[in-house]
Design a protein around this ligand. Structure first.
Ligand SMILES: [Zn+2]
Length: 272
């Protein structure tokens, strides 16, 4: 897997016969008090190696578009204008910048039901962001999110309750923990495997080194921790790559064992 080109809001990677485009929706600032130790207690202190901006952790918010030139899938959609701070909602600009016409997007896969992943299905003006949308996969445990503003999309929702193929190269894998319906999408090409793993990690500068550390919003922290342990171990195999919603943009990396935890090697320099 290698970087081909990048702009302010996107980065394009060649992945065998597929292309993977990382789309930067923006960022979220959150206090480090949201971090939890192995027993669910707030961390007494954050290691100095973890950068803070002001008093906050800054989490990138990324979505990923994968295409073979004929079929495509967009994994996650950003927050649109559905967030109290206007720090997200750049996915439409990112798609433009990458030369992807959003009116051509038919297939969307959602990792889980939180605002920064699902809200981008509706544009800030209240219209559907992807006018030719035909299918939206989401974990069955999270599918109830399609009410209110998202109600018009509901007729195209496909709930995922077991491992299932979305197309020739995308498999949905239920990984409950962060939410009941949290789902990882595995992309397979001649170049290897890419796990688009949603919110398996929120703070990459800490949770690879200390994978037992969890996040306040992991709905079931022990289940989320167990899912993270399995996925991290899987990622140490040859030709495995990770794409993370909250890894530093563009958020695509290799993982290797390191000490008691893991080391992360980004395939492209983070975009500010
Ligand atoms: Zn998230």
């Amino acid at each position: 897997m290698r970087l081909i080109s990048a702009g302010q809001h996107h980065a394009r990677f060649e992945f065998g016969e597929l292309q993977v485009i990382s789309l930067r929706d923006g960022y979220i600032d959150m206090p480090p008090t949201r971090l939890r130790d192995g027993e669910g207690r707030p961390l007494p202190q954050v290691p100095v190696a973890v950068p803070l901006i002001g008093d906050n952790l800054r989490l990138s918010v990324n979505a990923f578009y994968v295409t073979d030139g004929t079929r495509s899938v967009l994994v996650d959609t950003g927050a649109s204008d559905n967030w109290h701070d206007p720090t997200m909602g750049l996915i439409y600009k990112a798609l433009d910048e990458a030369g992807v016409d959003r009116a051509e997007i038919t297939d969307v896969a959602i990792t889980h039901n939180h605002e920064d992943h699902v809200s981008g299905l509706i544009a800030p003006d209240g219209s559907e962001a992807f006018t030719k949308l035909e299918r939206v996969w989401i974990g069955a445990g999270d599918a109830a999110v399609f009410t209110g503003r998202l109600e018009p999309i509901r007729d195209r929702v496909i709930p995922v309750s077991e491992q299932v193929a979305l197309n020739d190269w995308t498999t949905a894998i239920p990984t409950p923990g962060h939410t009941p319906g949290h789902t990882v999408y595995e992309i397979t090409s001649s170049a290897g495997h890419l796990l688009i793993w949603g919110d398996t990690v929120h703070v990459p500068t800490l949770q690879f080194d200390q994978p037992k550390v969890s996040w306040e919003f992991d709905g079931d922290q022990s289940q989320a921790r167990a899912a993270r342990a399995i996925l991290l171990e899987q990622l140490t195999r040859p030709n495995y790559f990770v794409a993370g919603a909250h890894l530093d943009s563009p958020g695509i990396a290799r993982v290797s064992p390191s000490g008691e935890g893991y080391a992360l090697e980004y395939l492209a320099t983070p975009i500010d």
